[in-house]
Write a protein that binds this ligand. Structure first.
Ligand SMILES: Nc1ncnc2c1ncn2[C@@H]1O[C@H](COP(=O)(O)OP(=O)(O)OP(=O)(O)O)[C@@H](O)[C@H]1O
Length: 369
């Protein structure tokens, strides 16, 4: 669990209208380039905080950029059935995306991430370990959120305070007590963010190590002053230490127009547990295998912490993998007993799961019968 029972797309990307009731836990979506495979996965990725698997703007999601799009899905969670919906709403501050739970706005202080974990990989992530740190940070924070949903709120609160501090340093740098208040807020949430990242990195490494699969067991570490401090000192002391650092960096940060220290600057490192091979020096296929290894360990961790499986969206998971790894992945996935959507241009590489999975061919945003 969870099980996707129904998906309805209205004027979403290249879909005018689609209603789909999946029959199997495993679905393989195939079709020519541009047929709508990633778009369908993207629609489900919107049931997670943020901008979905393509990080698209709201206007890009509507069919031919119309704003009247909507995505609705019915899920079976452990023993209840819920209806989730997302669409654009107009507010006094402009357009934003809203969520509906069983036809009503979400209760205050509760987010979609409290009900459902959605995990995805995309072909763009094949370069995750060799490209810039901001992509890795975003990836890792999303990973932490799927396990500890409160992480999303900590990040939002930290970023809000940091944005205000950066603005204040430029416009009213003499407002020292206001700045101190913002720095206290940043320190409190910053320590919580780093602690959650460290906790998940630690458990991911140990889960990955015991995980029996063809995928390299990975060692995950964080490169951040704060993470290092947290490993040595109690959280409150680290909070004071971070607050002091922020205070001391005011004039430098004012010159740079940004905050130069904190968890928003950290990076995470991944290396093969056995060989010590750092991910960025591995081959393309090895990096893909490390990404999948991390994703499978994440899935196990979500189950352990939340007593429920995540929804898995795997866009082109077999690309770059050798035959041994492809088969190992396909052999493992059915044991997860959750809704898993896989994509590929051809069905042949998925042969191994042909008796368990439902194969659907897409063309121009509709299912081929
Ligand atoms: N807002 C939109 N309105 C209409 N069509 C769109 C919109 N956004 C993207 N498309 C179209 O959707 C198609 C891309 O779909 P998608 O990325 O899902 O394809 P895919 O099947 O995953 O292809 P590939 O195999 O190349 O990865 C493109 O033809 C693109 O022009």
């Amino acid at each position: 669990m969870p099980r996707l029972l129904k998906l309805t797309l209205t004027l979403f990307r290249n879909y005018r209208h689609l209603t789909w009731q999946p029959e199997n836990a495993l679905t393989v979506l195939t079709g020519e380039n541009g047929s709508g495979k990633t778009n369908l996965l993207e629609s489900l990725s919107l049931f997670a905080p943020g901008r979905g698997l393509r990080r698209a703007s709201l206007s890009q999601l509507g069919h031919n950029e119309t704003s009247g799009w909507g995505v609705a899905a019915r899920f079976q969670l452990n023993d209840e059935i819920i209806d989730l919906g997302t669409a654009i709403s107009e507010t006094s501050r402009g357009q934003r995306r809203n969520f509906l739970l069983n036809g009503k706005p979400f209760p205050k202080k509760e987010g979609v991430e409290d009900l459902l974990s959605v995990i995805w990989i995309t072909p763009q992530m094949d370069r995750l370990f060799s490209e810039n740190a901001s992509g890795r940070r975003r990836f890792f924070d999303r990973l932490v959120m799927t396990v500890l949903p409160g992480h999303a709120r900590e990040l939002a609160a930290y970023e809000r305070a940091m944005t205000q501090r950066n603005k204040l340093l430029l416009t009213r740098p003499t407002e020292t007590s206001w700045l101190s208040g913002l720095e206290s807020t940043m320190a409190r949430h910053g320590v919580a963010i780093s602690a959650a990242r460290n906790e998940i990195a630690y458990y991911l490494s140990s889960f990955a190590q015991t995980h029996k699969s063809a995928f390299p067991a990975s060692h995950v570490t964080f490169d951040c002053d704060l993470s290092e401090q947290i490993q040595k000192k109690p959280a409150l002391t680290v909070e004071d230490w971070f607050k002091e650092k922020l205070n001391l960096s005011r004039s430098e940060d004012r010159q740079r127009s940004r905050t130069s220290i904190g968890p928003h600057r950290s990076d995470f490192m991944l290396s093969d547990w056995k060989t010590g091979l750092p991910a960025h020096t591995a081959s393309t296929g090895q990096q893909k295998a490390m990404l999948l290894g991390l994703t499978l360990a994440q899935t196990a961790l979500v189950r352990e912490y939340r007593k429920a499986s995540p929804l898995l969206l795997l866009d082109e998971p077999l690309v770059h993998l050798d035959r041994y790894k492809r088969e190992a992945l396909l052999e493992y996935l059915p044991s997860l007993q959750t809704t898993i959507l896989l994509t590929g241009t051809d069905s042949a590489p998925f042969e191994k799961i042909s008796d368990m999975a439902r194969f659907i061919t897409l063309k121009n945003g509709s299912f081929q019968v």
